[in-house]
Design a protein around this ligand. Sequence first.
Ligand code: TRP
Length: 343
Amino acid sequence: MAFQQRVFSGVQPTGNLHLGNYLGAIQRFVALQDSYDCLYCVVDMHAITVWQDPAELKKQIREVTAAFIAAGIDPAKHIVFNQSQVSGHAELAWVFNCVARLGWLNRMTQFKEKAGKDRENASVGLYAYPNLMAADILLYRATHVPVGEDQKQHLELARDIAQKFNNDFGPSMTALGLEGTFFPQPEPLIGGPAARVMSLRDGSKKMSKSDPSDLSRINLTDDADTVASKIRKAKTDPEPLPSEAEGLKGRPEAENLVGIYAALADISKEKVLAEFGGGQFSTFKAALVDLSVAKLGPVGSEMKRLVSEPSHIDAILRDGAARARVIADETMRQVKDIVGFVR
Ligand code: TRP
């Protein structure tokens, strides 16, 4: 690793990966490899904040790892690992449980959504989830975090935790000769033409693994025929495509499909509309099918090949964890000294 700034991001091993995960996260992770030192983590400890079948969890951890590698993340140049293999995540999360305030966590909208009405029955882990996420990032003193819009609030919490830790333990750091700020303020990297990929059946809902209709999403392991039929059946409106991006306002389904095309082709929405504007959806959809199959087909088949060799994937994860641990252990040694633990 040779860059100055460090990227950390995590993907939960829960449910099948779909186009939203690919365009919103994985494809961006791939691009960041040229400019940052990157750690890409399969966050299995976050996954168990809601019930996971153990055999299924193992399978999903390997599947996310396979998707990272199939998409083009290089586990030799960067670090790919699963969270539970590096004990520093849990250790730092505990310290952060004691830094973050109840009032801060009570404001987290994702907890409210995920816990639903039966809040008494949510796990304590689900409530403390954002503290573990802050630990993930700050354990490596990562400076940049590619995340979706929905994780922005969690990242703000990570910044608050970093700042409170730096303030609370300022004198202790000075006494140890650790001048300045120990934890950086991690910056979110949000954006791209498909920062939010929406359901193919309803342009107002996010594409999601939990949508009961499989037609609402394109799974990374869908075969070409399935991808084609899902795109052909995708909801649209009766108007032709607009010639300018402005014309996509109030047309969420059109906006979503144009955004998907732009992200897959790595061009702007304007450029997509310069080509397809004024035309019928059927023409555009046919081109979108070809592009999707060309881009996703090789990723899906490489994923399938990789998961058929679990021992190879497990070796990659162990190697990544060993390299992550070198950074994590150094942070934890310093954190223990700063907090006042004897080691
Ligand atoms: N909470 C993130 C999500 O559900 C996953 C995650 C866990 C993460 N730890 C992280 C993302 C650290 C970025 C950085 O998408």
